[in-house]
Design a binder for this molecule. Structure first.
Ligand SMILES: *[C@@H]1O[C@H](CO)[C@@H](O)[C@H](O)[C@H]1NC(C)=O
Length: 550
């Protein structure tokens, strides 16, 4: 019934007002149309403004570019903070074992003879340092990978067309040393204060940046002077050139631990060879903390590395000089101690430690490339040099050892005390031997002048020092192509036995002593121990040396 009523009412209404229903129908359509348009507007509006990511996401627009850019800057900040933090942390670590000795070393430099320095600045303090730095470097290795990846992505440039061509100028990711490579219009300006000496690369591709680099092979040491390295886009932003040399230059720092014979080679001469040999003498050295007497000692090496004058970069600004080069490398170093690892160290030519010793023989005009070959030269006896230490780690029964070696067939010379000859003459003297014997210490560094294939016999004092001995001389000797023999002192051959007795932890438990910290290792095992070689036990090692010369 209600339905019928309603139908009738509608019909009646339609019939009764046909003209007004036209109007209302138009109004109705208008309303519907308006409503639909409004809905459409709302939908479209919702799509554009309420959910912009859904729209912008897939398209490659400025949004995509800004994502890696942000990540790049973030990484950069993280990296720099990270290295600073680690550097500080490392300093503290080193400080406990090291600072006293380093400071002491600087004072000693003034008033002690070279011989005394070599003895007193015993490398072992630095070895503690090296060991902690090794742990640190392991930690840094994984970070380095990230650094390289983001560098290849961003490359320190905002010119996206040139990303592939642009590498970062400075690599500060490694714990031991930084290296900067400035390729192109590079200008070096001297100066004496920290960061006053500056090297500027003019490159429209490189974003303006600045680093403070200590161009030394152990950047964590105290007292090193930083050099400013920067890139600028416009020539007007760099100092104008006063001299130009069309060869590469290398900015290096001396000092550090130089003065200790082992560090002379490990920290400076080997890294210098790694960095500069590739230039075949056509490179200019710009030196921070130039030590003229030290450079003079190794002048034959320096003159082979570079045919050009060595520049004292700190004094260079007195004359307002700006030196310009097509290529400058700031910093140097090596990954391992006292050796070259061609898989880790970029020598620019696959050079090995054998090549380094060949280079030394050439620098010092040393006659012997090979040791004696027994059985081919009638009557000739192999020559043995026994290095004598006079302060710590003395070979207490050296005359007995020498006598046993003579009995075994060697012609023996004991080298000790201050050499009466010049360094060049001493290098030549060392080259005349076939076997070098010595207790662990900086003197063994002389093995670089032995002929390839000669024998190095290292006597390692008591106290679990084998891995240190391997790192410092064992592995380097093998890398030099020497035959390496190691004689590890037993407890009853050590003077520490007399001091402590067989039941003391120093004798019974060297591992625990190492775990307790570097102090006791440095003071006792390295600092206050002499050795008395058991000749019976030693004899087979002499035989082994002879066999290597067959
Ligand atoms: C490096 O030494 C090896 C072995 O003596 C030699 O074959 C090679 O030619 C040397 N490399 C250079 C670049 O002198």
């Amino acid at each position: 019934m209600r339905r019928g009523e309603s139908k009738a009412a509608t019909r009646g209404a339609n019939r009764s007002s046909s003209s007004s229903s036209w109007k209302s129908r138009y109004i109705g359509y208008g309303l519907v149309l308006g409503f639909v348009l409004m809905l459409l507007y709302l939908m479209v509006n919702a799509q554009f403004s309420n959910n912009p990511n859904a729209y912008l996401g897939p398209a490659t627009t400025s949004k995509t570019e800004s994502i890696p850019a942000t990540t790049y800057q973030g990484n950069q900040a993280w990296q720099e903070d990270g290295s600073r933090g680690l550097e500080e942390g490392h300093r503290e670590e080193v400080a406990s074992a090291h600072t006293e000795r380093s400071t002491g070393q600087r004072q000693e430099k003034d008033d002690e003879s070279e011989k005394q320095r070599t003895e007193k600045n015993s490398i072992e303090e630095q070895l503690g340092n090296d060991r902690s730095s090794n742990y640190w470097e392991e930690g840094r290795q994984s970070e380095k990978k990230d650094t390289i990846e983001f560098s290849e992505f961003g490359g320190g440039t905002d010119d996206f067309n040139n990303v592939a061509n642009t590498k970062p100028i400075c690599d500060t990711s490694f714990g031991k040393y930084d290296i900067c490579v400035l390729d192109g219009d590079t200008r070096a300006q001297g100066g004496a204060g920290a960061g006053a000496a500056a090297v500027t690369l003019v490159s429209p591709r490189a974003a303006p940046r600045e680093w403070k680099i200590k161009p030394y092979s152990r950047k964590y040491l105290d007292g090193l002077k930083p050099v400013t390295v920067r890139s600028v886009p416009n020539p007007e932003d760099a100092p104008p050139c006063t001299t130009r040399l069309n060869v590469p230059a290398m900015v290096i720092e001396l000092g550090g631990l130089t003065g200790n014979y082992w560090h002379d080679f490990t920290d400076v001469l080997v890294p210098l060879f790694i960095g500069a040999r590739r230039f075949g003498g056509e490179v200019q050295l710009l030196v921070v903390n130039l030590l003229p007497f030290w450079v003079d000692k190794y002048r034959r090496i320096f003159s082979q590395i570079s045919r050009h004058d060595i520049v004292d970069l700190e004094k260079d600004d007195d004359r307002g000089v700006v030196r310009c080069y097509p290529h400058v490398v700031v910093g140097y170093g090596s990954r391992k101690e006292f050796t070259i690892d061609p898989s880790l160290d970029d020598t620019g030519g696959g050079y090995t430690m054998v090549n380094f010793t060949e280079f030394l023989r050439q620098s010092y005009s040393l006659p012997r490339d090979r040791p004696i070959k027994l059985g081919t030269n009638h009557g000739a006896r192999p020559r043995m040099m026994i290095l004598e230490r006079t302060n710590s780690r003395k070979l207490m029964n050296l005359p007995e050892v020498a006598a046993a070696a003579r009995a075994a067939g060697f012609e023996v010379t004991v080298a000790g005390g201050r050499p009466t000859s010049t360094y060049d003459e001493f290098a030549r003297e060392v080259n005349s031997y076939d076997v070098m014997v010595g207790v662990h210490g900086a003197g063994l560094t002389n093995c670089v002048f032995l002929p390839t294939g000669a024998v190095l016999l290292q006597i390692v004092p008591y106290g679990r020092l084998e891995s240190i001995a391997q790192t410092d001389f064992g592995e380097p000797a093998r890398d030099m192509g020497l035959r390496y023999i190691e004689y590890d002192i037993a407890a009853d051959e050590s003077s520490l036995m007399d001091v402590f007795g067989k039941d003391h932890p120093m004798i019974k438990d060297p591992v625990a002593v190492h775990l307790s910290g570097w102090g006791n290792v440095a003071e006792w095992y390295l600092g206050k121990q002499d050795v008395r070689v058991n000749i019976e036990r030693f004899r087979p090692f002499l035989t082994q040396a002879l066999e290597h010369l067959q």
